[in-house]
Design a protein around this ligand. Structure first.
Ligand code: DSN
Length: 424
């Protein structure tokens, strides 16, 4: 039997796209990836992402679909749901959210009326856009009150959270972040939420892998709902997940579909199931513990080189470095470091006098390099690479020479050579 004429493999079918994909593969292999929200998925997760399931429509839920041909999709989605519930100890799981932002919007749609009051950590203090920041739909269609961190120790001030909650009587309180290096006290948030009759919702997009690996306390017992992406520390495909108490299951399912989304991305659901399976293993538990150990070791090494860390250190997978003393902004440093084969992002620090697009800090995360197998013994070298590149960027006002960058890229490649990138 001959293959259909339209069906050559990608390198032949579209060399232009293939070249770019290959380029990205090489870049991921050869650069020191310190973006706190990124990771390397396993070969198994990558294979599931590329499965024929992408060809199938499946609006609805297992056993209640609007399409025929669900012989394999229904058991697959049920498997993903069961694995997610077991992994997190949750009463209900919805595995269909396309990513974290739709998951958060779905929770609001399920639990609130438009115009209801919500509370969340402000973006400049390390919160997420979808926790009610003014430009987000979550801040436009709901009345959002934002809490911050303390000026002296950069920790969330639970006294302020309580005072604001008593003053504004929110219907929903977010506990979550995308740039906060400390643990969240979910029990304390739950007690404030109970006092004002609010739903507590945790967004654990950044820390889901740490939670299931026992490296961060779980919010699940304390919350009406918990949202997460599946592609950060959880090391799954790009996607979202909502966990909830059984009493909210129907409302949440209805909010995801038909409230916000159409057909689920079944290939991603399969990859989520694979990732949940991987995350339930002892090896993943060790990975989660190693992430925190590596972040703490890197923090020590940067402190020893004179850097200022927001809150003085870390309890999780990320550090926020205040670059004010170096004379260059986080954006300028990030661009220069990228030319040197070191990837991270400029990030606002609490009470940042600079603009969000050109902030004072950088965010440094270790989940990806921990997936390559690097441990605490390698964090001295990671800090040296970072420091050498930042120092040269500062000395040259953000314009290190091409020669310097080429040398740095070679040093990064050589350093990473013994630690192959998973999946690629
Ligand atoms: N964009 C993600 C991050 O980098 O933290 C959060 O959505």
């Amino acid at each position: 039997m001959t293959e259909p004429a339209f069906d050559p493999p990608l390198p032949e079918a579209d060399p232009e796209v293939w070249r770019l994909v290959q380029g990205e593969d090489a870049r991921q292999r050869e650069s020191l990836r310190l973006i706190a929200s990124e990771n390397y998925v396993s070969r198994a997760v990558l294979q599931a992402c590329a499965a024929s399931l992408t060809n199938k429509y499946a609006e609805g839920y297992p056993g209640r679909r609007y399409y025929e041909g669900m012989d394999f999709i229904d058991p697959l989605e049920s498997l993903a749901i069961d694995r997610a519930k077991a992994l997190f100890g949750a009463e209900h799981a919805n595995v269909q959210p396309y990513s974290g932002s739709p998951a958060n919007l779905a929770v609001l749609l399920a639990l609130l009326q438009p115009g209801d009051v919500t509370m969340g950590l402000a973006l400049p203090a390390g919160g997420h856009l979808t926790h009610g920041w003014k430009v987000s739909a979550t801040g436009i269609y709901y009345r959002s009150v934002q809490y911050g961190v303390r000026r002296d120790d950069h920790r969330i001030d639970l006294d302020e959270v309580r005072a604001l909650a008593l003053q504004h009587r929110p219907k929903l309180i977010w506990a979550g972040h995308s740039a906060y290096p400390r643990q969240l006290d979910f029990a304390a948030f739950a007690s404030i939420a109970a006092e004002v009759g609010a739903h507590l919702v945790a967004d654990i997009a950044h820390i889901a892998g740490l939670v299931v690996g026992g490296a961060h306390p779980s919010p699940v017992p304390h919350c009406a709902a918990v949202t997460t992406t599946t592609h950060k520390t959880l090391r799954g495909p790009r996607g979202g997940l909502i966990l909830s108490k059984a009493e909210h299951a129907a409302a949440i399912d209805k909010a995801v579909f038909p409230g916000l989304q159409g057909g689920p991305h079944n290939h991603t659901t399969a990859a989520k199931a694979v990732a949940f399976g991987e995350a339930a293993t002892p090896a993943f538990r060790a990975y989660a513990q190693q992430i925190v150990a590596n972040a703490k070791a890197l923090a020590e090494q940067l402190l020893a080189r004179g850097y200022t860390l927001v809150s003085g250190g870390t309890d999780n997978h990320l550090l926020l470095v205040d670059l004010t003393a170096t004379g260059i902004s986080g954006r300028v440093a990030g661009t220069a470091l990228s030319r040197c084969g070191i990837e991270l992002n400029g990030n606002a620090i609490p009470f940042d006098p600079r603009k969000p697009f050109d902030p004072s800090g950088i965010r440094v995360g270790v989940p990806a390099l921990t997936s390559r197998g690097l441990g605490t013994a390698q964090m001295n070298d990671v800090a040296t690479l970072l420091h050498d590149a930042i120092a040269e960027a500062a000395r040259t006002a953000g314009n290190p020479s091409d020669e310097f960058c080429t040398t740095m890229r070679a040093r990064v490649r050589e350093f990473l050579a013994p630690w192959p990138a998973p999946g690629l």
